[in-house]
Design a protein around this ligand. Structure first.
Ligand code: UFG
Length: 331
């Protein structure tokens, strides 16, 4: 079975490529290397450098690799803060890129796609835990473009019969168990990497954004889910579609929330390091609590996350950050 992974040099994409190859799939990676790294790609994957917005680039992959069974689509810009100051960059790359991709897939009769979506499609939740049929009112442009991409799949299915699974992840974190690949954004804005960069001495402190939320310790609560568990969900979604499953949307999280202060305390225990904390004002657009119900993914896809302890998740991330203080070489 051959799978095309778009954005396979990025954080979640590269972990999915490793998992696919570990489970015997043939993998083709397509990436424009704007935010991805060559070193993150498994050596057994076939690699094409190209940009989804250039029809010829993606047509070339389908022409060369005529036996692709399904596409997994991670190729997008994904920083919430950046999307608020550069919204048109997000419309251009995320939406225009996906439009060109779908045109090329239709032309090449490729009719299965698994899509990397986000909890940011929901916006401010109406209850906890969040269910897939809850209202989607994104509060940032990143979430808005992901929601629009989901609707593109919906209408493409109506017209062309292409089947899709959209996976809405909560807070992706952790690293491959080997410590060979991990999380490396530039600039980094996510909580766990910043905490661990403080622990490994790359940063002076971690800023806690807001201590006056309506939560037990006043800091935001999130549902942290290990990247390898996310990777496995993509493989299960591919198998679900290959076995004739209907198009659908699934949340992916552990269903348990941890506050920012709890994450810092756990990281102190795991690393054995002092981690300097500076309390600051709230960051714009952060909901107080985001926790997933993933019952649907467990029931329909048979997903069974293995890394459900926060300390284990942070241990895997620490293995990466403590051995790669500057991320990948080409950082
Ligand atoms: N935080 C800090 N200090 C930091 C970084 C983060 O206190 O230096 C806090 C944030 O305010 C938030 C929590 O830690 O309360 C988690 O923040 P992240 O930036 O790690 O993650 P988000 O919850 O903001 O975003 C994640 C994904 C997005 C996705 C979003 C869905 O990274 O891609 O969930 O709501 F869109």
């Amino acid at each position: 079975m051959k799978i095309l992974v778009l954005g396979g040099a990025g954080y979640i994409g590269s972990h999915t490529v490793y998992r696919l190859i570990e489970q015997g799939y043939k993998v083709v990676v397509f990436d424009n290397f704007e935010t991805g790294y060559y070193e993150a790609i498994h050596p057994d994957a076939e690699v094409y450098e190209g940009d989804l917005r250039n029809r010829a680039d993606i047509d070339n992959v389908f022409d060369e690799e005529s036996d692709i069974d399904a596409v997994i689509h991670f190729a997008a810009n994904s920083l919430v803060g950046e999307s608020m100051v550069k919204p048109l960059k997000y419309y251009d790359n995320n939406i225009c890129g996906t439009k060109v991709l779908l045109e090329s897939m239709v032309a090449h009769n490729i009719n299965r796609i698994v899509f990397s979506s986000t909890a940011a499609t929901y916006g401010e939740p109406i209850h906890t835990p969040i269910l897939e049929n809850d209202p989607t009112n994104p509060t940032n442009c990143y979430g808005e473009t992901k929601r629009a991409m989901e609707r593109m799949f919906y209408w493409t299915e109506q017209a062309h019969g292409m089947k899709y699974v959209s996976l809405r992840y909560f807070n992706a974190c952790g690293a491959h168990i080997s410590g060979k690949i991990g999380e490396a954004h530039n600039p980094e804005s996510h909580l766990i990497p910043i905490i661990l960069q403080t622990a490994n001495g790359t940063r002076d402190h971690i800023s806690v954004f807001g201590t006056d939320y309506d939560t037990p310790d006043g800091t935001c609560i999130r549902d942290y889910i290990h990247v390898t568990d996310l990777a496995q969900a993509h493989i299960l979604a591919v198998e679900y579609l290959i076995n004739g499953g209907e198009s659908d949307i699934f949340n992916l999280g552990n269903g348990v929330g941890f506050s920012v202060k709890e994450v810092i305390e756990t990281a102190k225990k795991v690393t054995g390091k002092e981690i300097k904390v500076v309390e600051e004002n709230r960051r714009a657009g952060d909901p107080a609590v985001l926790i997933a119900s993933s019952e649907k993914a467990k029931k329909v896809l048979g997903w069974n996350p293995q890394y459900n302890e926060l300390s284990t998740i942070i241990e895997t991330a620490w293995k990466w950050h403590s051995t790669h203080p500057n991320g990948y070489k080409s950082n």
